[in-house]
Ligand binder design. Structure first.
Ligand SMILES: Cc1cc2nc3c(=O)[nH]c(=O)nc-3n(C[C@H](O)[C@H](O)[C@H](O)COP(=O)(O)O)c2cc1C
Length: 171
């Protein structure tokens, strides 16, 4: 499968089978996360890999979008490690989002589903998972094997072609 075919085939999986994800697949996904570019190569991403059912239950109390996945990544960055511009504005959320993109595409290549989740109660999550104060959670990412019959939502195919968002030389 070409990269473009993979990018188009990936979709938000919102129903998972109970099948556990093999440790070697998790390792491959994490290697893809480690390969992501970050500002000044500071690599501020900090990822909590959750596969303990009791901890997954805590995440479910913070979002309606955990979908019963056997694994959920809590994607954070270290506020003290991310590159900041001369106004002191950090780019940790951008770094973390690029890392997330590596994860979802690597997972798709391995036959695993993911769903980016930005809708969660951040304060509740910080409390529930005891997230250290130097870390800022950005996204949740459930991952696992899609349940039988799972299909992309209608939104998946509704893409504006590049001609609708690319401008040449001036806006
Ligand atoms: C930053 C971001 C946050 C998102 N948050 C959620 C979410 O909280 N819950 C959810 O079900 N999907 C969420 N999504 C998934 C989008 O709805 C989905 O990617 C989009 O509709 C396109 O569908 P597709 O991923 O199947 O191609 C999020 C996606 C992005 C990029």
């Amino acid at each position: 499968m070409s990269f473009l075919e993979l990018a188009k085939a990936r979709y938000s999986c919102r129903k998972y089978s109970a099948k556990a994800v093999e440790p070697e697949k998790i390792e491959t996904v994490l290697a893809a996360a480690a390969a992501a570019p970050t500002g000044c190569n500071n690599q501020p991403q900090r990822i909590l890999l959750v596969d303990d059912p009791q901890v997954l239950a805590k995440i479910r109390e913070c979002t309606p979008f955990q979908f019963g996945a056997p694994v959920t990544f809590v994607l954070c960055y270290d506020k003290n490690a991310c590159w900041c511009n001369d106004k002191g504005e950090g780019i940790g959320p951008i770094d973390t989002t690029i890392v997330m993109t590596h994860i979802i595409l690597q997972a798709a290549e391995l036959g695993l589903g993911t769903c980016i989740v930005g809708y969660y109660d951040k304060d509740a999550l910080i409390k529930a998972l005891n997230i250290p104060s130097n870390l800022d959670p950005v996204l949740l990412l459930p991952m696992g094997y899609p349940a039988d019959g799972t299909r992309p939502s209608q939104m998946h195919d509704k893409r504006v072609p590049a001609s609708g968002f690319v401008f040449r030389n001036h806006f």
